[in-house]
Design a protein around this ligand. Structure first.
Ligand code: ZN
Ligand code: ZN
Length: 388
């Protein structure tokens, strides 16, 4: 493996930074401590500019070398999740109910490792923007950074992101051109009937049979409406209604998530969720309020940048350890908003811990991947912004 030697030398430092972040997880837009650590290190490394307070806790570090006009943006996320940690590791979360269960502690650390190396060596020609974003999980911190003028203030022409993937062995990468992760939308269906005595259904309008039929009918969207060669998911993840044995409730609630890649599939799902909810409710004499909210767009990798990213990954771990045509994933990622604005690529980095997947209480970022990810970032800069 072609880990950059100098980065290999500070593996122990990186492992310590990562474990410290892991012990002190912060939820989206609350990453005050993390953000202060990031900004402090970038300044200590000698970054030319360090900007804080973008999207509340976001940080951008600017590093220049050689006077050239080429630019690149590298992005890491910093937020943790509302999960109680059960990893059993010595550096487990000290905050009950919060943990780094998605490895954003590792993402932040790898970009800091690359930052230290790049500031030390400046073996490139142009401007590097390192983006440390808040609130990737559900809250769209990346979108807020864009709304606050990220790309106007820091005019980068290409953007790259990375996520650890516990199911892949350490020392591997996978990526694909085109859609890499899905669009994620959510729906909430509120059913309104007429409550009453459980023994006298004829003088009620029971929302529960309607809820049951809607849940089943929603499954026909993917099975019967979406083109079978295209990917989509409709998952009902909540159903609430009633709280007594002998009472027919007045209301019931159904909620869930929809995933897709193609815009026309996304539109179709939204239309069908509404039509099915209204149609079944009408048939069963129930009123329904349909709320459909669009979340993260699909994460779409551009071809040229994805080829470059895969070439750089291959430089670090070897060509046979880079999957350049990995199947897309139905999870979602708010780096998607940045890739809507600039060409770039989002790559998966092997984490080697299939037994503790992302978002599980057993998860812990694998420190063996730190120098691999940091070397990838550093080589990407040196390759795309070659020193004259
Ligand atoms: Zn996550
Ligand atoms: Zn994540």
């Amino acid at each position: 493996m072609a880990i950059i030697n100098r980065i290999g030398e500070f593996h122990q430092d990186m492992a310590e930074w990562r474990r410290d972040l892991h012990e002190h997880p912060e939820l989206g837009f609350e990453e005050q401590r993390t953000s202060a650590i990031v900004a402090g290190k970038l300044k200590a490394f000698g970054f030319d500019e360090v900007h804080t307070g973008i999207a509340k806790t976001g940080v951008v570090g600017v590093l220049r070398a050689g006077g050239g006009s080429s630019t690149i943006g590298l992005r890491a996320d910093m937020d943790a999740l509302p999960i109680s940690e059960a990893s059993g590791v010595a550096h487990a979360s000290r905050t009950p109910g919060k943990m780094h269960a998605c490895g954003h502690d590792g993402h932040t650390t790898m970009l800091l490792g690359a930052a230290r190396y790049l500031a030390e060596t400046r073996n490139f020609d142009g401007t590097v923007y390192l983006i440390f974003q808040p609130a990737e999980e559900m809250l769209g911190g990346g979108r807020v950074m864009l709304e606050e003028g990220l790309l106007d203030r820091f005019p980068m022409t290409r953007l790259f992101g990375l996520h650890n993937w516990p199911g892949m062995p350490v020392g591997t990468f996978s990526v694909r051109p085109g859609p890499m992760m899905a669009a994620a939308d959510r729906f909430t269906l509120t059913l309104q009937g007429q409550g009453g005595h459980g023994a006298m259904p004829h003088i009620t309008r029971d929302p529960l049979p309607a809820a049951a039929q809607i849940v089943l009918a929603l499954q026909t969207i993917v099975a019967r409406n979406v083109d079978p060669v295209k990917q989509a998911v409709v998952s009902v993840t909540q159903i609430h209604g009633g709280d007594a044995y002998n009472v027919i409730p007045q209301t019931a609630l159904i909620a869930g998530t929809c995933r897709s890649f193609a815009p026309e599939v996304r539109d179709l799902i939204e239309r069908r969720v509404g039509a099915i909810a209204h149609g079944v409710a009408l048939a069963l004499q129930i009123e329904v309020d349909v709320r459909y909210e669009r979340g993260y767009p699909p994460t779409v990798n551009s071809e040229v940048e994805t080829d470059l990213a895969a070439d750089v990954a291959a430089e670090v771990v070897g060509d046979d350890r880079v999957d350049r045509a990995t199947p897309p994933v139905m999870g979602a990622e708010d780096f998607a908003y940045m890739l809507e604005q600039r060409p770039g690529s989002y790559i998966f980095l092997g984490g080697g811990r299939p037994e503790a997947p992302l978002h599980s209480p057993q998860y812990d970022f694998n420190d063996e991947a730190l120098t691999i990810g940091a070397s990838y970032w550093a080589r990407l800069v040196e390759r795309l912004l070659p020193a004259g």
